[in-house]
Structure formats: C-alpha cells, structure tokens
Design a protein around this ligand. Structure first.
Ligand code: SF4
Length: 369
C-alpha cells in the first residue's frame, strides 16, 4: 500500500495480489490506474474478464488477475461485496492463500490474532535479523516454520499490520537480496547478521534446481497494408490464460520443433521461414524456448483474423492489450528480426554505391516499430 493510503480491505487485497513476486516499482505504476478504473469490488466484479486482463498487462502471472476477478464476483454474490475477516472464509476465496489472508487480516482489519504475513521479503529480513543461516539441504517447510515462529514473536498485539507493512517495505527497499543497504537500515542496531558481518553471505534459501525446458515455434504474421499483427487469445485455463499471443505450436518438452513439423500448426499454408535467434522465457515451473517463423507478406490470406479466435491488432494498440511478457518478447524479437531482414538489402546497396565512389549515406539503424 502506498504510504498514507487508508487501509480499505479491497485496496489492501489488490495491492497484496499485485505485489506477489513483482517489484514494488512495477506495482506502483499499475496500482493507481487499476483502482481508478475499478475502485470497488462491485466495479471489478461487473467488468468483463478481457478488460481486467488488459488492465493487468505488465504485471505478469495472469492467473492472479483471473482469481482477482473471480473472487470479486464471489464477494458480490455471497458476501455483499465485502472481504470477510475470518481466516477460513478468506482462504476459501479463489487465489487467497495463507499469505494474502494474513496480510488482509493484519493490515486491513488490524487483527492481533492474525498470523503474520510472511512472504519472501519478510523471510529474508527475519532471517537476517536473527542471523539464521541454513544448510542448503534444510527443507523449505522447516525454514518457513522457524521464520513464521520468529515473525509471530515480533508482531505486537495492537496494529500488527503496521509492523507487517514495515518489514515488507524494509525487505523490498533496504534489506534487498543482494548487497543489503545496512548503513541506511533503521533496525541495524538490532540486526544479528549485520553485527556478525554476514548480512550479505547468509544462506537464505535452498539452491534452485534448473527449471525443465519446453519448446515451441511462434508464427509472426503482419498484415501487408498496415502492419497490424495477428494474435490469438490463449485458453482461459492453463498458463497465461486469456492473454494474447502470436499463434504458435504446442509447448512440448524435450525436443525443439523442426520447421517442417512446426508449420503443420501454422495459421495458413505458406513458405514459412525461420527468423534468426530464439526467445527464452522463464515461467514459474519451467522455461520455454521459442523459434519464430514468418511467411512472405503476399501470401497472407486477407480473411485471416476473422475466425479461429485470431484477430488483427494494430501496432499502436499493442501496448494497451493483454499481452504477457512472453508475448511481448516474441513481438519485439519478430519486429527486430523482420526489420533487420528488410533493411539488409538496402544496406548492401549502399555499400555497393560507396565502393563505386558515389555519395556516402549514413548507415540505418534497426527500427523496432
Ligand atoms: Fe537487513 Fe542490513 Fe537491516 Fe540487517 S541491518 S535488516 S541485514 S538491511
């Protein structure tokens, strides 16, 4: 919550959901416009899901937007548009886990009996305050139980939400994962990790196993007359549900798609060519690597975009659409690669002119737009 913001449960809930694994600076760009557009639970519940996904654009992990929307509808239907105070009722709502329930109870309702909300930031701060180093093999459940116990011991009986927010803010801005800014820290005098000189070297979590990899091929189609881009909406259930993306193959494990095999999933038959380079993107449980193919402009069927869930999106509208960060990477990659390809013959022509002793022109850059 921004400083000075009243602890309205709806606002606390939205900010806590937005802040899950997203940087504070990113959230602060999206929080106010979101609340301006949907200032109440009722307004959010009445909005079409597509609009909410569009409003979520830039925050990633779209399942949270789905849950927020489903939850708003449920609150209107069953709870008179109000967030409940009791933990069990909160936890029964879509997307409300132990952390969000604890944050809402402590921050919005000031419940002294609330379990302290413990996210990654709080875990790090508490571990450092008590200089809790871990063996890399220590199970996450044991670490978490210990951190929760210590965080509970810190929480005061009155206004527990203030302490929770203060620790979260400290973790997000001062006690950051690498090179904590101990000199500027308001609790440095009480910090055991700082006193023993291990603030930056304490082992805070288990080493992450590398994520498994999946492979896909995307199809870049740009309408010849105005450069609009062909996008389709992903199924509502599943990763990045409801967001827009260039049409693509299935995301399959183990094996990259050979071009001839991939084009069986292309939106139309054409002489598809692979663009240079690949796009890598990490999702929460795996990584996906994309090749991108494109077809000659003249082969694009004019009726495309009117069927099969695909639509043309003008380039100037891309920014405001519900594209996941993966889809944005694919768009940037394709724009850069196709423009480089388009400009290459001109550059070669300029070189030939120079060699022939004619006037020299400045080399053109790559224009991504
Ligand atoms: Fe974190 Fe340093 Fe503050 Fe300790 S003194 S809580 S390590 S920033």
């Amino acid at each position: 919550m921004p400083p000075g913001e009243p602890s309205d449960p709806y606002r606390v809930w939205v900010s806590e959901v937005m802040l899950q694994q997203v940087r504070v600076e990113t959230v602060s760009r999206h929080y106010a416009p979101f609340l301006e557009r949907w200032p109440t639970v009722e307004a959010l519940a009445a909005a079409p899901l597509e609009d909410v996904l569009r409003g979520w654009s830039g925050l990633g992990r779209y399942a949270r937007a789905h849950n927020l929307h489903a939850c708003a509808r449920l609150l209107v239907e069953r709870h008179g548009g109000r967030l409940p105070e009791e933990e069990a009722t909160l936890r029964a709502l879509p997307g409300v886990g132990p952390y969000t329930a604890a944050a809402i109870r402590a921050i919005a309702f000031g419940r002294g009996d609330a379990l302290p909300p413990v996210d990654g930031n709080v875990e790090r701060v508490v571990a450092r305050l008590f200089a809790l180093g871990w063996e890399p093999a220590t199970p996450a459940t044991r670490r978490r139980a210990e951190l929760r116990r210590l965080a509970s011991a810190l929480a005061p009986a009155t206004r527990p939400g203030d302490l929770a927010q203060a620790i979260m803010d400290l973790g997000a801005t001062v006690c950051v994962p690498r090179r904590p800014r101990c000199g500027a820290c308001p609790v440095r005098a009480a910090c055991a990790a700082r006193a023993s000189g291990v603030a930056d070297t304490l082992v805070l979590g288990a080493r992450r196993e590398p994520r498994p990899k999946r492979f896909a091929t995307a199809f870049w189609v740009s309408r010849p007359e105005d450069g609009a881009v062909l996008l389709r909406r992903r199924p509502l259930k599943g990763p990045l549900g409801g967001t827009l993306e260039p049409p693509c193959t299935e995301w399959r494990p183990r094996k990259a798609w050979r071009p001839a095999e991939a084009t069986r999933s292309a939106p139309f038959a054409a002489n598809w060519r692979r663009l240079p380079g690949r796009v890598q993107h990490a999702l929460s449980s795996y990584e996906v690597e994309f090749a991108v193919m494109t077809a000659p402009a003249l082969t694009v069927p004019p009726e495309l975009g009117n069927s099969g869930g695909a639509a043309w999106v003008r380039r100037e509208d891309l920014e405001g659409e519900a594209l996941s960060s993966l889809a944005r990477k694919l768009v940037r990659h394709a724009l850069t690669a196709t423009e480089t390809r388009r400009l290459a013959p001109r550059r070669r022509a300029r070189v030939r002119q120079d060699e022939a002793g004619h006037s020299v022109e400045n080399a053109g850059g790559v224009c991504p737009g």
